[in-house]
Design a protein around this ligand. Structure first.
Ligand SMILES: [Zn+2]
Length: 198
């Protein structure tokens, strides 16, 4: 485990988070109050991370578990959070920036989300245990035949079964109280979709 004192947090980001956190002294504890909320594509590299870095396009929103404040960080600041959060940042920012290819497999049984088969060696499959460590419900499933699928909301209609699509996906955390305590999950939403021509 990294010692709090030896870790170099960006001063500007730390000050920003401190203002919105309950903890006011211990930097490690300040960073630990924050959890993943959702990713956002601003459409242009014109945002500024609270650390001072400019030219940011993809943002990772985080919220404070105690104060309920919300803010965001850019891609490079993901590394200052703990290992699990870092993985979640990297995976979700990868899905919204580089995107992922998926073969359309029809609508989910309840008809709300669409199913896309993804490669078994894609990051989202390889690292899905990291998402499961933080969230109870993660829309990544292994089928009976061993193939992997993700389920995502999308406005795109007229998708052709078994055709492949390049997608950019926004991830959001949700939480719900089912009476036996709060459960959390991740939702995928396709924000950009293009058919891959053969
Ligand atoms: Zn930053």
């Amino acid at each position: 485990m990294a010692e709090a004192g030896t870790r170099r947090y960006p001063q500007q980001l730390t000050n920003h988070l401190r203002e919105l956190s309950q903890e006011k002294n211990d930097e490690l504890l300040i960073y630990r109050e924050w959890t993943f909320s959702h990713t956002e594509d601003t459409g242009a590299a014109s945002s500024q991370c609270p650390c001072g870095k400019t030219g940011i396009r993809y943002l990772c929103y985080i919220d404070n578990q105690i104060t309920r404040s919300m803010t965001f960080v850019g891609t490079s600041c993901a590394e200052f959070f703990d290992e699990e959060m870092k993985e979640v940042f990297q995976l979700t920012l990868g899905l919204i920036s580089k995107g992922i290819n998926g073969k359309y497999k029809g609508v989910q049984s309840r008809g709300e989300k669409k199913r896309f088969e993804v490669r078994a060696n894609s990051n989202i499959v390889l690292k899905q245990s990291r998402l499961h460590a933080l969230f109870r419900f993660v829309p990544i499933y292994q089928r009976g035949d061993g193939k992997w699928e993700i389920q995502a909301f999308t406005q795109h209609n007229n998708l052709t079964l078994n055709e492949s699509y390049a997608m950019k996906i926004k991830s959001s955390r949700w939480s719900k109280d089912y009476g036996k305590g709060v459960v959390t999950g991740i939702t995928f939403r396709v924000i950009q979709l293009e058919r891959i021509k053969h």
